[in-house]
Design a protein around this ligand. Structure first.
Ligand code: SF4
Length: 433
């Protein structure tokens, strides 16, 4: 069928990996003649790339699907992503959904489009997580400055609270050579910063005889790239070698994202995480020793089953002492088919939310201290596309958001600056040097 006069809109929830995958799916629609429109617009086809990491993500997935069916009840509605993989029967019950695709089919959506006539019943193409074995490359190419490049997918860890391995299958990755080629393609289009994304990127290469450090070394050789940012790396996989490499690297940004998840050994054991608090602390201290100004972002889950009030206090005490830059705190969310459901000591949701709030407040203090520590320093900033804004914004290599009065010629440029003052909006004003 000729889709030349047809429009398609994409709605994406969840992680950067999902956003990079939507970009790639969108390109496959454009190759078929579709015109991409904004999600809020009337479209002939809506594709929703869902998330299912928490209960709230499930709710948001259902809400965005309903939004699409309301915007154009005659539109052909496709649901893909983690919610579609994990809960296809639930998605099928939402009125107006035509097609539900599991993890193995989400990159082949256009093959399922015939005449775009609505289906009387949702058509489901699912698969077991054991059948998810292919690596599907993906990268975003949004604002022409930064790209999220998928380097790994899936996870072999099965932490007791996590449903991601069931949604995305086993850990897998492409070769370093193919990623280097894709990075070159992106820089040829003007991309200056590449963000490496995946589910468990520190696991890169385990199944292919390569390594994450090998990937960083290969990308670091590419003169075309201005900056590389690592996504989240598990503390047990963030070796001293990786930290030393970043400290001496020309392009890999001093920006670490390390999931802690719980601040006590007791809860880490209940979660079946592969490290203890001592190892985590040692990772942070090693980074601080080699890269005193590095940004360190840390994920924490509040109120996991078995986390008593005393254990939470102990966790707060541990986290307060850690010299990290920001916390990403979330309340624990029960997920179907996870081992954590069998752990005693359920924390009421209200209490989980209170604990999360406390961690968020702690995070604000830490971020402010981190920014303060950087005032007066010079840094390089990559300015991004900000159409219609009064300010030009960008990020330093160590992930501080800065702003200057709008200057069109700063777009997509890397500039040396001096960090001056923290504004009320949390951005830092700078002098261009
Ligand atoms: S490492 Fe644990 S939390 Fe992270 S995706 Fe794998 S199973 Fe989930």
């Amino acid at each position: 069928m000729n889709f030349k006069d047809k429009t398609v809109a994409f709605g994406t929830l969840g992680c950067k990996l999902n956003f990079s995958e939507t970009s790639t799916i969108a390109r496959s629609f454009q190759e078929q003649g579709f015109k991409r429109v904004d999600f809020k617009e009337h479209a002939d086809v809506y594709v929703i790339n869902t998330c299912s990491v928490t209960d709230s993500a499930d709710k948001k997935s259902r809400a965005i699907i309903r939004q699409a069916t309301r915007q154009n009840p005659a539109a052909f509605v496709v649901v893909a992503g983690c919610y579609a993989q994990l809960k296809p029967e639930e998605a099928a019950k939402i009125e107006g959904v035509d097609l539900i695709l599991g993890a193995n089919d989400k990159f082949n959506i256009t093959k399922y489009l015939e005449n775009l006539e609505k289906h009387a019943q949702s058509e489901v193409h699912g698969c077991s997580f054991r059948e998810i074995t292919d690596f599907q490359p993906a990268s975003s190419f949004g604002d022409r400055t930064r790209s999220f490049l998928k380097v790994q997918d899936g996870c072999n860890y099965f932490c007791t609270y996590c449903t991601i391995p069931l949604a995305r299958g086993k850990s897998r990755n492409p070769s370093i050579e193919s990623i280097v080629q894709e990075a070159k393609n992106l820089t040829a289009k003007g991309i200056k910063e590449i963000n490496l994304t995946g589910v468990n990127i520190g696991d890169f290469g385990k199944s292919t005889g390569e390594s994450f450090l090998g990937l960083l070394k290969a990308l670091d050789q590419l003169d075309e790239i201005e900056r590389i940012r690592m996504g989240s790396v598990e503390p047990n996989l963030l070796s001293n070698e990786i930290i030393s490499f970043v400290a001496n690297s020309r392009r890999v940004a001093p920006h670490f994202h390390i999931p802690l998840q719980a601040g006590t050994d007791e809860v880490l054991a209940l979660m079946k995480r592969r490290y203890n608090t001592a190892l985590f602390q040692q990772r942070v201290e090693e980074i601080r020793k080699q890269l005193p100004y590095a940004f360190i972002g840390v994920d924490v889950i509040a109120g996991m089953n078995g986390e008593s009030a005393e254990l939470f206090e102990k966790a707060c005490h541990f986290i307060e002492k850690l010299e990290v830059s920001q916390l990403h705190a979330f309340p624990y969310s029960e997920r179907a088919n996870t081992q954590a459901l069998a752990i005693d000591g359920v924390v009421p949701m209200e209490e989980r939310k209170l604990r999360t709030q406390r961690l968020i407040q702690l995070s604000e203090i830490k971020l402010h201290l981190f920014y303060q520590k950087n005032l007066g320093r010079t840094a390089s900033v990559l300015f991004e596309n900000q159409p219609g804004r009064k300010t030009s914004n960008g990020w330093t290599e160590n992930y501080i958001k800065v702003e200057v009065p709008y200057q069109a010629d700063l777009l997509n440029q890397k500039k040396l600056v001096r960090l001056r003052q923290i504004k009320d909006n949390g951005h830092v004003t700078v002098d261009l040097l």
